[in-house]
Design a protein around this ligand. Structure first.
Ligand code: ASP
Length: 311
């Protein structure tokens, strides 16, 4: 292998009340995170691209009911599942994203096809689904996305004006968006993010995840980043691009720049959440200003770590 390779993933940040986490639950979270990490890493080890690695890692997380993306997406106010996803590669700043789609098993793959086979970056709603059908995506039945736990979450607030972040009885409790960033042996970096958004969301609400430069961004000159947290604040803080700018213009190292965004700039807006980021030297950082963030990283130096709360 020429250069070091590395990958990081997240399964959402938030206040993960320790008392509510059973050992069995924690075990399944850790196992699924490790699987996503391993699948992505094995692509990098075989000289595969960062783009393939982040797509694959996100697919594993989308296929699990544990995270608020793909199969595990939360219920909207209409009792459906509306998903957002984005993917970007750092070499030539190519990007694709998708918003407000239903019945798509792996929205991250649709985002990639938009990037590779359309002249556009972001497609939304019915149009995005027509595009998906044209490109051979099969639509799942709504039942595929049914999860009793998420259904009960929705029942509690469905007749109110409230919308809430995943797994939460309180507005600020937990976010279950998933994401991956990677650096491959050719020193190219990429980022992918996927989410079901917020329980009981209405009015075509779109969060930060499918927005390039906000919840997802990759640029070989700076970093690849995937965010999770209260999307409205990430949008106002233009978080992913802000991180890239701190590296590009202020010449901050990756970790310092990410800490500045998550621990200084975002809290000023009263925003909470976290991010994962990698640069083309394979450095990884995973800061969050919430109680925890499902996360993991693996690299060719033999480091392999899964964590939920502070270290
Ligand atoms: N950022 C996502 C959104 O606002 C939520 C999350 O991170 O779980 O849609």
């Amino acid at each position: 292998m020429n250069s070091p390779v590395s990958i990081a993933i997240h399964g959402g940040a938030g206040t993960l009340i320790k008392g509510k986490m059973t050992p069995e639950k924690e075990k399944s979270y850790r196992e699924t995170l490790q699987l996503a990490l391993d699948e992505g890493f094995s692509i990098l080890k075989k000289n595969g691209s960062a783009l393939d690695a982040v797509e694959k890692a996100v697919i594993v997380l989308e296929d699990s009911p544990l995270f608020n993306a793909g199969k595990g997406s939360v219920f909207t106010a209409d009792g459906t599942h509306e998903m957002d996803a984005a993917i970007m590669e750092g070499k030539d700043l190519k990007a694709g994203s998708v918003s407000l789609v239903t019945r798509i098993k792996n929205p991250v793959s649709l985002a990639r096809v938009i990037m590779e086979k359309s002249p556009h970056v972001l497609l939304a709603g019915q149009g995005a689904m027509d595009f998906a059908k044209l490109h051979g995506f099969q639509l799942e039945n709504e039942d595929y996305f049914y999860d009793e736990f998420r259904y009960q979450q929705w029942q509690k607030i469905k007749d109110s004006d409230h919308f809430q972040l995943d797994h939460s009885d309180r507005k600020d409790s937990k976010f279950g968006t998933v994401g991956a960033v990677a650096c491959d042996a050719n020193r190219n970096i990429a980022a992918a993010t996927s989410t079901g958004g917020m329980t009981n969301k209405n009015w075509g609400r779109i969060g930060d995840s499918p927005l390039i430069g906000i919840g997802n961004y990759a640029n070989n000159e700076t970093c690849a980043v995937s965010c999770t947290g209260s999307g409205e604040f990430f949008i106002r803080g233009v978080v992913a691009y802000d991180l890239s700018c701190l590296i590009e213009y202020k010449k901050l190292p990756l970790k310092e720049a990410a800490d500045e965004v998550i621990f200084k700039r975002l809290p000023k807006l009263k925003g909470d959440g976290g991010l994962i980021a990698v640069d083309r030297s394979g450095n990884i950082t995973m800061p969050f200003n919430t109680e925890g963030m499902y996360r993991g990283m693996r690299n060719s130096n033999g480091e392999n770590k899964i964590a939920i709360y502070e270290d």
